[in-house]
Design a binder for this molecule. Structure first.
Ligand code: OAD
Length: 231
């Protein structure tokens, strides 16, 4: 399974390619999510991530997250593997009960000091200053992967192993344009996996999947899981 921001859209978390809201309407997320912008303007970048962190803290798993967690449990009773590769940083999959989740882009809850490297989970209210500061005086940033940065090595290894062993690949709620996740489907296909896409609209991978299901993940996924797996 590969998931993207569309899976959390029905939980009230804006996707990256949907219009930015309110105060942030004039910004382009692909510009904000870069180490260069953070170096130049750490205040704006950390304010934006703190705004997203607040959205995430109010969000609850939706029927798409819950269906994936149910499916994992069901497959475990049959001793079948299930890996959820997610580009989402909100941890709603884990909140829904998913266990084998690989965070490809990190987590918005974890903030790292750019000077001493210490990471700390931040579940409380808004920061008092932007960028928030570490005890050592360094500026702190969200421990998420930005454009131009490497994905965590361990996550990439786990993704590689899952794709090698994969016989059924779902791409759900992702625009399938950001690498390396955008290429996962091709690895799975080469390995002989059947492929399914669930998205509100067609994407670059729609022409190559075995089944394309157009619509909301929170409506389609529970139905697919019920019909295909009887749960
Ligand atoms: P995007 O914002 O690029 O794409 C969201 C996708 O979800 C779009 O294809 C929508 O059509 C679809 N969508 C929206 N609502 C949906 C719903 N209710 N049900 C099903 N599909 C829906 O998000 P990602 O593909 O996750 O990376 O973006 C990938 C990465 O690019 C992100 O992790 C982030 C971003 O910039 C970084 O910040 C490095």
């Amino acid at each position: 399974m590969l998931t993207g921001a569309g899976v959390s859209a029905e939980s009230g978390i804006p996707t990256f390619r949907d219009a930015m809201e309110g105060l942030w309407a004039k910004y382009d997320p692909s510009q904000l999510a870069t180490p260069e912008t953070f170096d130049r303007d750490p205040e704006t970048v950390t304010r934006w991530y703190d705004w997203r962190r607040k959205k995430c803290s109010r969000a609850k798993p939706n029927p798409a997250h819950l269906a994936l967690a149910r499916l994992e449990k069901h497959l475990a009773t049959q001793k079948r593997g299930f890996t959820l590769l997610t580009q989402n940083v909100d941890r709603l999959h884990q909140a829904a009960g998913s266990r084998n989740v690989v965070e490809l882009h990190g987590a918005i809850w974890v903030w790292r000091c750019t000077r001493c490297g210490i990471e700390r989970e931040e579940r409380g209210g808004p920061f008092g200053e932007y960028p928030p500061r570490c005890a050592c005086g360094g500026a702190r940033r969200p421990a998420v992967v930005w454009f131009g940065e490497m994905l965590p090595e361990e996550a990439m290894e786990k993704a590689g192993e899952a794709l090698e062993a994969c016989d059924l690949f779902f791409s759900i709620g992702t625009s399938a344009v950001v690498e390396p996740a955008a290429s996962f489907i091709h690895t799975a296909r080469r390995r002989g996996a059947k492929t399914v896409e669930i998205n509100r609209e067609p994407t670059p991978i729609t022409p190559v999947v075995d089944w394309s299901l157009l619509g909301k993940a929170g409506e389609i996924l529970p139905e697919v899981v019920r019909l295909a797996f009887g749960i």
